[in-house]
Ligand binder design. Sequence first.
Ligand code: SF4
Length: 377
Amino acid sequence: MTDLETPSSAYIHVPFCQHRCGYCDFTLVARKDHLIDDYLAAMEQQLATVEPGIELQTLFLGGGTPTHLSIEQLERLFAAILSRFQLSDDCEFSIEANPLNLCIDKIDFLQQSGVNRVSLGVQSFHSEILTFLERDHQPEQIFEIVQNLRDRIPNTSLDLIFAVPGQSLQNWQDSLADVVGLGIPHLSTYGLTIEKGTSFWSRQQSGLFDLPADELAGTMYEYSLEYLSSQGLQHYEISNFARPGFECRHNEVYWTGHPYFGFGPGAASYLKGVRRQNHRSVATWLKRIAAGESPISEEEELDPESRAREAVIFGLRRRVGIDLADFESRYGFTLDELAETAMEKNITAGLLEQTETHLRLTQAGCLLADSVVIDFL
Ligand code: SF4
């Protein structure tokens, strides 16, 4: 498949949470459950615009917290999706979840509905870190919920956050050991970043906390790479680790420059070389759909060079890197033609390495990936 063909992946954004965590700048509303029915009606309307019968290889419900919806509300959302899309026999059907939303009945419902991958926002196994992050679960609850989940949906991924104020290296090492002890096949790890507009931003500006030094954050990240790979969880993307066969196929669609549908506030789609982004405000998105207007806030048709540059930026996220021959045949440029200076600079700095077949980040480059990719823009 090229990036210009009909997508076989869809992302559905579910913008509801119980509470907005202090570090979170995702598209969502908290304590506005009275909007869920309007959201479901708007999704039904949006999905009805899709030509019926397209088969999906991956379907991803993210948020927000999709499992904040009740079983009945999820049932309505799934029915709307399945009225337009067919799922292939081996479709990866993922949903993001928070531990306290996952009672046994809901897990059973998800499994019976065909969900076969759950990404669980655990973030830490330590109560003081969870309290700092304003999460509503406790460490002891995680073990029971993960066990219930894995008995029914074995392809479970956990999210963990490192470089949290007050977090020691030992604390991070213990959390990783807990993940390994649970036999989890996929893990995503993110260093805490403080985004403008969040309550953590204001608190940090007021001097109420400082992030750990870059050196400690780097040590935590490097420890993750070494420890998790020694335990069979391969580092396959800057922030992601998986046992063989458990890599997230939906995210691979983004990183390999393939097309996808996107529905819901803030969701992006990439269809026939055109990238579109829906309004991030839930209220605006709802209003525009109710008024019969387009929910799209930005639209950009990528020219061949922009498509190629984007492919480099996403492709470098994967540890395998960019296949040089495949890149040239898909985009019509060699990497040398496109970005010789950027390549030379970063190879000399030890942040990129080139083999006969691939260009990829080094381990040091993974730590500084954001600054490496800027050179390719
Ligand atoms: S639960 Fe997740 S999506 Fe919701 S506010 Fe917290 S971090 Fe953001």
